[in-house]
Design a protein around this ligand. Structure first.
Ligand code: UD1
Ligand code: MG
Length: 471
């Protein structure tokens, strides 16, 4: 397997997906489909990896280049998608000089494992080093190419579903679209392909009958789940469920408590420490990292965020691009947007939205607040209903609260503004000017109490109601 070249076929649009996006960019557990065969190629330390692109090629190339191992990939362009055989022809110039086996993978078959590839290479060797493919028996073979055998049981051809006779359609054994082919045989073989089929395409599968005529076509089998392809969104959902179930099992075994495994989604690139507890319906995606001993409660959604050890993310909180320090407590129902950074032991409570703001060690904003574009020091208390008025309709401005500041409830801080260390802002204030350190700022209307005025007011109001004929 070591000296093989790998070709990944990824030029097709995937019409059955009914999508503007190329099929191989649809995601499974956070990774595009094409990432899976690419990772497999990487694990085989292939000599070279060629990805055949066509439909949506700029997007596919960019996605591949950004994946691990994507930097060394070469792209072959298949301008018009005239079939899988035609796709391999497009790859030939980039395989120049390569001798020996070429492993052909399909961009839409994500679950293929190394042991099945090893079995394929054994079958390849048995074929005399010419060609072998992987067959399997799906629950429903419709749509797949059927494996046609002669009376002796030798493989003679692969026939596409739409080209099959009725009797052939009853064959349960199908082609997975994964092949190991000798480079020389492949070069000579693809030149002979003809589009004499229902789709008027050049079928790679015709290399199988060619190999059978020259001697034997090797065949290996694999479990259906490993080689089933993604052709529509139902396939995508089914395969994603398999991947996510595998991921939760791996986490459970690795020391993570998961309350209702079937409801939890942990994408493949997420890292989770030990003694972490995940509640039901938790979603962890992107590059998220959860440190040891964290608790993430029911319904929390965390994307591209870093949660340090011992932090608690309470129910139904939504985090995106945030960093949460050790021992911090977030939620329930908190929203942390990109650029949020909470230091050690910070508390952010219910209905608090934080964006592009740092909260220093031990600071608290426990109820109903909007903290945008701020810099909050350590030991600060932000009262209920506080709003950082950061946007004047044209530009964003910063609010700075130095260490040990106390912001009384229902205050607005009109940015740009700075509250000095240890200062106090009285409840209900609208702060528009900087507050010096240790000052008490009060910025609200003064209260006047009129003694014994309430009974007279009540009488006047009742009389008016009667005049207007209301009851
Ligand atoms: C193909 C096989 C079929 C097999 C099935 C397994 C052929 C003719 N048929 O059918 O025997 O049972 O896979 O999943 O090979 N592609 C290109 N350029 C093209 C056409 C396709 O790069 O011109 C790529 C697609 O992006 C995809 C792969 O080749 O990644 C397979 O193409 P698809 O159209 O899905 O083939 P199937 O009809 O599934
Ligand atoms: Mg397919």
């Amino acid at each position: 397997m070591k000296n093989a070249a790998v070709v990944i076929l990824a030029a097709g649009q995937g019409k059955r997906m009914r999508s503007a996006a190329p099929k191989v960019l649809h995601r499974i557990a956070g990774r595009p489909l094409v990432a899976f065969p690419l990772a497999l190629a990487g694990s085989l330390s292939a000599r070279r990896v060629v990805v055949v692109v066509g439909y949506g090629r700029e997007a596919v190339e960019a996605a591949v280049a950004s994946l691990p191992g994507g930097g060394g990939v070469r792209f072959a362009v298949q301008e018009e998608q005239r079939g899988t055989g035609h796709a391999v022809m497009a790859a030939l110039p980039l395989l120049a000089g390569h001798e020996g086996p070429v492993l052909i993978l399909s961009g839409d078959v994500p679950l293929l494992g190394r042991s099945s590839v090893a079995a394929l290479f054994k079958a390849y060797a048995r074929s005399g080093g010419r060609l072998a493919f992987i067959e399997f028996e799906p629950a429903d073979p419709s749509g797949y190419g059927r494996v046609i055998r002669d009376e002796s049981g030798a493989v003679v051809a692969i026939r596409e579903d739409r080209d099959c006779s009725r009797a052939e359609r009853r064959i349960a054994e199908v082609n997975s679209g994964i092949y190991a082919v000798d480079a020389g045989f492949m070069r000579r073989g693809v030149r002979k392909l003809k589009a004499d089929n229902d789709q008027r395409e050049l079928y790679l599968t015709d290399l199988v009958s060619l190999a059978a005529r020259r001697g034997t076509a090797g065949v290996a089998s694999a479990p259906p789940d490993e080689v089933c392809g993604v052709n529509d969104r139902a396939d995508l959902a089914r395969i994603e469920a398999i991947v996510l179930a595998g991921r939760t099992l791996e986490l459970l075994r690795g020391g993570v408590t998961i309350r209702r495994p079937g409801t939890v989604q942990v994408d493949l690139d997420v890292r989770v420490g030990t003694d972490v507890e995940l509640g039901a319906h938790v979603t962890l995606c992107g590059s998220t990292e959860i440190g040891d001993g964290c608790r993430v409660e029911t319904g929390a959604v965390i994307a591209d965020s870093k949660i340090a050890a011992g932090a608690v993310i309470k129910a139904y909180s939504v985090l995106e691009g945030a960093s949460v320090g050790p021992g911090a407590i977030v939620g329930p129902f908190a929203r942390l947007r990109p650029g949020t950074s909470l230091d050690e032991n910070v508390h952010v409570g219910n209905f608090v939205e934080v964006k592009n703001t740092r909260l220093g060690r031990g600071s608290k904003a426990n109820h109903l607040a909007y903290l945008g574009d701020g810099d909050i020091g350590a030991g600060v208390n932000v009262g209920a209903g506080t709003i950082f008025c950061n946007y004047d309709g044209y530009q964003k401005h910063r609010t700075v609260l130095e260490d040990d500041v106390f912001i009384g409830s229902d205050s607005q801080l009109v940015a740009p503004v700075r509250v000095g260390k240890g200062a106090y802002v009285a409840s209900g204030s609208t702060i528009t000017k900087d507050v010096p350190p240790d000052a008490l700022a009060i910025a609200r209307g003064r209260q006047k109490n009129k003694e014994r005025a309430a009974p007279a007011l009540r009488r006047a109001l009742a009389a008016r109601k009667k005049r207007e004929g209301r009851t």
